[in-house]
Design a protein around this ligand. Sequence first.
Ligand code: PMV
Length: 309
Amino acid sequence: MTFVGWGKVILLGEHAVVYGYPALAGALDRGVTIAPVPTPAGGPLRLDIPAWDLAVTANHDAEHHQVGRALAAIADALGVGFPAVSLVGDAQIPPGAGLGSSAAMAIAVARALLAHAKRKPDLATLTEAAAASEQLLHGRPSGVDVAIAAAGGIGVFRKSSGFRRIAPSAAPPLRVLIGPSGAPRSTARMVERVRQATDGQAGDPRLVELGELTDAGTNALLAGDLAGLGAAMNRAQAVLRAIDVSTEQLDALCEAARSAGAHGAKLTGAGGGGAVIAIAPRDKEQAVLAAWRDANVHGFPAVVGAQSL
Ligand code: PMV
């Protein structure tokens, strides 16, 4: 048996979501899968994800690898102890690119540990366990990554009310082009940068505008108006630049996508590196990917929101 946690893209609303505004986000058709392999002869609780060069054991020690501590936090939150199990994983998304890799890993791990303990997964338990891991790895995340990694689908997330799917039957699967820039970044550092740019004021007009753009983009998506969604994304990219979380490289990748015919493009996730996304008419997708390749970025199309558990 393998267990999955979905990767995610934030279409609109990153950073503002930390201040209570809505974010429009959806699950990717890829993420992290984990197979629990019991080691009856004993041994530590391990997690191996060769695709990320990751091999850790569960440990609370502050000196230990932080993913090993996150693994311990998940096991603690589930109350399963440290069973003699190797969690062997595969990943179809890069780590640290703003695609929800750590939340996907945490949800897949939590599902695998519950299955090993012969317990049924429920969304609240999974979410709580993955949130413990995310807090360790990222400080004080809004929770959007975990909600989507667990539930799949596409919808609007708010800190106050959680994740609400939007018209899953009516909305056609959305195709998004994803361009991992290859530049590393830290979510916690970017969240701090926004706090400095806005004085931590939730009423900062740029955060207000990001919230309004999420509403406008969500309505456009529900109406099947991809050009409208793209316009909201383009404006959001300008506002994200104004609050200091874009980079020249990310701006250039967005501009290249638009010049190649995309409806809209922006960074996704925390920014400062990580990935850009673009929405393009089907017949322009290859041109967008080619423009990114010219900039040494190997993008790919992904279907967003069609996955649910
Ligand atoms: O960690 P990332 O790159 O997926 O970004 C998370 C999105 C933020 O809004 C920047 C932070 C959060 O906790 O929601």
